[in-house]
Write a protein of this length. Structure first.
Length: 213
């Protein structure tokens, strides 16, 4: 993980931790190490997980610290198409099942997840998808949301993150959350690694059988 990626992950964890002192420090560090557009994207995307008040207050603090005015609004985009592409990249082979599961909970939530979550926000330019996912991992680890954390840790790997970077994101987030949150995050990561190991073993065995034929 680069210094700039680490700074954005720490910023995301500070947002989730809702500690004004730590957030101020994290914003200043990110301002020194990261492109301003990347900092703003990390702040903007946080509203999906932490709500508008947290994101707006953090953006106001960033404006004061950076002295930067807000840039222009994003132009028109096909949010449905972009959302499908980004969501499919993050969830890989689980994409269809994910949409079915969310549809059973509420059909409008399925549409919002794809069009708003992935199409409007996570598919935006200004921050690469791997870094976005690592920032989300930090937020969810601090929030103690192990089910969603598991999905986004897997998503980070699906879009090209190194396992060491996911582990690093969890380590950066650890001081911002409680003891139970840290324990559950560690359990989710261990479960994911175990499952991926089993899947890789199954794939290797399948290739070996094909080669034997």
């Amino acid at each position: 993980m680069t210094d700039s990626e680490r700074a954005l992950v720490a910023l995301s964890a500070a947002l989730a931790g809702r500690d004004d002192v730590r957030l101020d420090s994290a914003l200043r560090t990110a301002g020194d190490l990261c492109e301003p557009e990347a900092v703003e994207e990390a702040l903007v995307q946080s509203y999906l997980f932490l709500g508008y008040p947290t994101a707006l207050n953090a953006l106001a603090l960033w404006r004061r610290i950076s002295g930067r005015p807000a840039g222009p609004a994003a132009g028109p985009v096909d949010r449905a198409a972009r959302g499908v592409a980004v969501c499919r990249a993050v969830y890989g082979g689980q994409y269809g099942r994910l949409r079915e599961n969310i549809r059973r909970l509420h059909p409008d939530m399925e549409v919002w997840m794809v069009e708003e979550g992935y199409g409007k926000v996570l598919g935006r330019p200004g921050l690469d998808l791997v870094t976005r996912e690592l920032c989300i991992v930090a937020i969810l680890a601090v929030q103690d949301a192990p089910r969603q954390l598991y999905s986004h840790m897997r998503g980070a790997l699906n879009v090209g993150a190194d396992p060491g970077d996911v582990a690093a994101a969890l380590a950066v987030a650890a001081p911002f959350g409680g003891e139970l949150a840290r324990a559950r995050a560690a359990e989710a990561w261990a479960e994911l690694l175990a499952r991926r190991g089993t899947e890789m073993d199954d794939e290797t065995n399948s290739h070996d059988r094909d080669a034997g034929d």
